[in-house]
Design a protein around this ligand. Structure first.
Ligand code: ATP
Length: 283
């Protein structure tokens, strides 16, 4: 195992289901301790990619290393270093939170203390509660606790906050940041731009099986800040142009109109506009 290398390294990954090309040549690199988000609409290929990285799905082509090992050939000691947060992992309604986390801990060679994990996900007051009495958001926290109790070096989170209320999402983000602060690498998939922007060190935007943009949230936001849309009225309708030099365009419009430009507006696209454009422009 190459412990000094990236936590995840993917080159030219491909996967088709029959005639459907789900992943069409993806390159990825995630550094140890990083929070990396894969953002994209339904069917973009996020789950397929994550399942290949987890060792649960075969690939057709490409190179994959997760913690220095090919997940397609990895053994138990590798698996013990991977945490997977599944929705509804806690399907033991009559056990208490502490019992269930303790039970999962017994599967691993060097687990975290169950009480510490329960604290970390903010379920301290619910340790003695039966699983069936938890709210939806508390159940998801329990799912995270079960993914963490094996003391993984790398945690996979698939759409972790779907169905959360806004306060619960913020609390959950704080849990993930704390984990990352303790050195755990996190790879999450999400449909939510705000989640990726708030949480991730780096984001890959997937659309139709390819990565259409990658960078820190600030870099992706910089794409938005670098462009402006200038609109005005002319020939009985609205005309607009996208430009990185709005002042130059406005100056030329002013000289063309000989003064005031009818209906002139200059606006900056938001990060969301850029995202929608990225995923809308599918090849
Ligand atoms: P979502 O956000 O909806 O979970 P996703 O980005 O995770 O989507 P995938 O689940 O990886 O996307 O699906 C990518 C493509 O592969 C889709 O067109 C999907 O229909 C197809 N696909 C996924 N799993 C299978 C399967 N087991 N058999 C056939 N096609 C599949």
């Amino acid at each position: 195992m190459n412990e000094s290398g990236p936590a995840i390294r993917v080159r030219k990954l491909r996967k088709s289901y029959g005639g459907v090309a789900a992943v069409r040549g993806i390159d990825l690199e995630v550094a140890p301790g990083e929070i990396f988000a894969m953002l994209g609409p339904n069917g973009a290929g996020k789950t397929t990619t994550v399942e290949i990285l987890e060792g649960y799905r075969d690939r057709d082509d490409g190179e994959v290393r997760v913690l220095g090992t090919d997940p397609g050939r990895a053994g138990r000691s590798w698996r013990a270093r991977i945490g997977i947060v599944l929705q509804g992992a806690a399907d033991q309604p009559e056990l208490t939170v502490a019992e269930l986390v303790g039970h999962f801990a017994s599967f691993y060679p060097s687990p975290r203390r169950p009480a510490e994990v329960i604290d970390l996900v903010g379920l301290t007051g619910k340790a003695s509660a039966r699983v069936r009495t938890l709210s939806g958001g508390q159940e998801r926290r329990l799912d995270v606790a079960l993914g963490l109790v094996g003391s993984p070096d790398l945690l996979f989170l698939d759409e972790p906050t779907t169905g959360f209320d806004p306060g619960a999402r913020r609390d959950f983000w704080a849990v993930i940041r704390a984990l990352s602060g303790s050195g755990v690498t996190v790879l999450l998939t999400t449909h939510y731009l705000d989640e990726a922007a708030a949480l991730a060190d780096r984001v890959a935007v997937l659309s139709d099986g390819v990565i259409v943009a990658e960078g820190s949230p600030a870099e992706l936001g910089g794409r938005a800040a670098g462009q402006a849309v200038v609109s005005w009225q002319e020939f009985g309708g609205t005309r607009s142009e996208r430009t990185t030099e709005p002042a130059l365009l406005v100056t030329s419009l002013v000289s063309r109109f000989g003064g005031e430009v009818p209906g002139l507006t200059v606006s900056r696209p938001s990060l969301e506009d850029i995202y929608l454009e990225l995923i809308g422009g599918r090849p």
